[in-house]
Design a protein around this ligand. Sequence first.
Ligand code: RRO
Length: 330
Amino acid sequence: MTDTISLATEIAGIAFPNLMTNAAGVSCETTQELNAVLASEAGGVTTKSATPVARPGNPTPRQELLPLGSINSMGLPNRGLGYYLAYATQRQALAGQDLPAEVAAETAQHKPVILSVSGLSIEDNLAMLKDIQQSPFTGLTELNLSCPNVVGKAQLGYDFEAVVATLTEVFSHFTKPLGLKLPPYFDFFQFDGIAEAVGRFPIAYVNMINSIGNGLAIDAETETVLIKPKGGFGGIGGELVKPTALANVRAMRLRLHPDIKIIGTGGIRTGQDVFEHVLCGADAVQVGTELWREGPGVFKRLSEELRAIMKEKGYGSLDDFRGKLKTMGA
Ligand code: RRO
């Protein structure tokens, strides 16, 4: 019976009934989009990365699906931190209420919200984290250090000294559970460097990978780029990035203290992709491009596919295979 197979997970003591949520940026800019994810089989929802005040983002067209993935240069369009913090706080209050079981299920009462923030400067990030610290919200906050699409702003996650300086400031006042959204790394010196940098701090989790920054997709017929901002350069997601995502999850699981959890993001289109992320060490996973392509119904399909694989292999929970990837010796 696949009914008895659990896809539940936990991060910093916060329970997710299903390990899958949306990746920040997809189906999460408005309360309607956030609620649609919560109403699906997803285990929780991640908000669009917030800046202190609302932003319209980059000029359109700014996102396109590709045959094997996607390209985007959204430029952080969002409603501002206050909007998402109010949503997360309301959801938390709902979870604390004693509702009849059927109402609780209908409202996805116990599904957590991950509150993503991505300031355009260290000062922005510190100011937003101060607001969150002072708010009643006690759930997971995700600090995005890897937005590739703001003109003139480098991805902080590639500057390890800046990461350490930022986190030193953050943890001088922030005491709630904090995760980091990191960019993809491509070399062992980077795996070692980022693990050493973030491993100094009491982070709850790392989420990797953000899109592979500054790729280029073109239409050969019209000899034109597919998106308008930044001369057509944008973040690449979907099937194209899966091997890089798996490598990053695996590399961090081998390096970070086991108390630091990992959210695997990148290239999830099937239940087997989720299975592979968990095998590499992911505690939870996020779905971006495929959610965009398919809508929130994707979570039911992925859950069914994953349960079928687990059933076939005799696994009853994620603990049975998480991080247990086999290698072939030296
Ligand atoms: O809004 C975006 O352009 C965006 C962000 Br903040 C991010 O973190 N990753 C991405 O691919 N796009």
